[in-house]
Design a binder for this molecule. Structure first.
Ligand code: SAJ
Length: 420
């Protein structure tokens, strides 16, 4: 029996895959609505392919959910680790999970932390458990002979491809003892087809943070290039396309900022641990956050130009189309989306916002203002004074009507002087 604590974007598909592969799984979540929907075989998140898989394992009684942990052979903790003000990591959900599971721990158990965590968190988790259960021994006390083994195994799957990547990606397992690594490897072998490599808990924690910081730094390079090119009157998309013809160059794509709940968060965990040393990583974060402000300034300048030309017009007469609200192409996930922040700021200026997001059916609360409307792309193109392309959804790429509008601010290279 495996218990998965936290039935969100990572915990739920992990629970489903374990169940699909013959393991009896109990899912734990503090939110009643999550527990109820899982038990009803209904998905409370959006992830391709997961709905039918969930329905199947719940119907077969291989997976059930509850709010309170029960005894199991292994526990996988997959709870959020956001940051608080000042970009400080918030590991309180891990602390809560530890408190909840400590009473049901027994000799022979394995506890795996999957949540992206600052370096040293797995050791802290083990210390918390040891304090809560002095009757059991843990790896920091007894190594391979400990009653309860502890490991870190960070998730590294791409939203939208979670089910496929959970199976095919390699996994890094950091055990607090050799036995912990071995036990965790055996557990992931149940559904992982990629390699499973073992290391220390601290290296495994840093590995996850490194992966997302690597991407953030590389996106920051592309975003900085886009601002430089704008100043030098060079088409950044053509430039990147040409530079990438070099066999050892692979510049990523600029955008309207970096969103999502991982890349824009995890690098801060490194900066928080070693603020004096993590200079490039901090800089990259700041460059990517600044990109949205830069885009907004560009939009404001265009609005001012239009108002100067149209005598007697006011901000409320200007219609700004925002193409895309999601945090990246072809998903419906609006969490931590820079496009939402930009649309919100335009709305606050007093302009009319024509939001186009083909992947959602209603506007999020943040945008439910009288001057924001969710419209079809045709309406936006026909009525807007300014078109801002914020997300490169496939459906926009195919729309030839976008080209040729008088005022286009294309942050993602959808159109412009150079078409790839
Ligand atoms: N972005 C750009 N330019 C690019 C690529 C991405 O501006 O060339 C932007 C996207 O538009 C988005 C943000 O970056 O706003 C993040 O998107 P993403 O596709 O790079 O990453 P996520 O956040 O969906 O998932 C990442 C992945 N990490 C890496 O690729 C190293 C995923 O494998 C991790 O599991 C996930 O974070 C996580 O959970 O940590």
């Amino acid at each position: 029996m495996v218990s998965v604590i936290g039935l969100g974007y990572i915990g739920l598909p992990t629970a489903v895959l374990l169940a699909q592969n013959g393991t009896s799984v109990i899912g734990i979540d503090i939110t009643q609505h999550v527990v109820d929907s899982v038990n009803a075989g209904k998905l409370h998140i959006v992830e391709p392919g997961l709905d039918s898989a969930l329905k199947y394992v719940v119907e077969k009684s291989c997976l059930r959910a509850t709010n309170i942990p029960e005894p199991a052979d292994a526990f996988i903790i997959a709870v959020p680790t956001p940051f608080t003000t000042g970009h400080k990591p918030d590991v309180s959900y891990i602390g809560d999970a530890v408190k909840a599971l400590a009473p049901v721990l027994k000799k022979g158990n394995l506890v795996i932390l999957e949540s992206t965590s600052p370096v040293g968190t797995t050791e802290r988790l083990s210390a918390w458990l040891a304090a809560a259960r002095p009757d059991l021994s843990f790896p920091q006390q007894a190594g391979d002979d400990a009653d309860v083994q502890i490991a870190h195994c960070p998730e590294r799957v791409l939203p939208g491809k979670v089910l496929r990547e959970l199976v095919s990606n390699d996994r890094v397992v950091g055990g607090m003892s050799a036995k912990a690594s071995k036990m965790a490897t055996e557990l992931y072998r149940i559904f992982v087809k990629g390699d499973i490599v073992t290391t220390t808990t601290r290296t495994a924690e840093m590995c996850k943070l490194t992966e997302n910081s690597f991407r953030d730094v590389n996106i920051a390079f592309a975003n900085e290039l886009s601002i430089i090119c704008d100043k030098l009157n060079i088409d950044v998309w053509e430039l990147i396309h040409l530079a990438n013809r070099h066999p050892r160059v692979n510049v990523l794509q600029p955008g309207c900022g970096v969103g999502g709940h991982c890349i824009a968060v995890d690098p801060w965990f490194i900066v928080d641990s070693v603020p004096n040393e993590a200079r490039l990583i901090r800089n990259a974060r700041e460059i990517n956050d600044h990109k949205s402000e830069w885009v907004l300034e560009k939009i404001k300048r265009t609005i001012t130009d239009i108002l100067t030309q149209k005598h007697g017009s006011t901000l409320s007469d200007i219609k700004v189309a925002c193409l895309g609200l999601a945090f990246k192409p072809d998903i419906d996930d609006l969490r931590e989306s820079p496009a939402i922040v930009i649309a919100q700021s335009i709305a606050k200026l007093g302009c009319q916002v024509l939001a186009v997001e083909p992947n959602i059916e209603s506007l999020p609360e943040k945008l439910s203002r009288s001057n924001v409307a969710l419209v079809q792309i045709e309406d936006a193109l026909a009525n807007a004074d300014i078109i801002c392309v914020l997300v490169k959804h496939s459906i926009f790429i195919k729309n030839k009507n976008i080209i040729g509008h008088k005022h286009i601010i294309d942050t993602v290279g959808l159109i412009g002087g150079f078409m790839q």
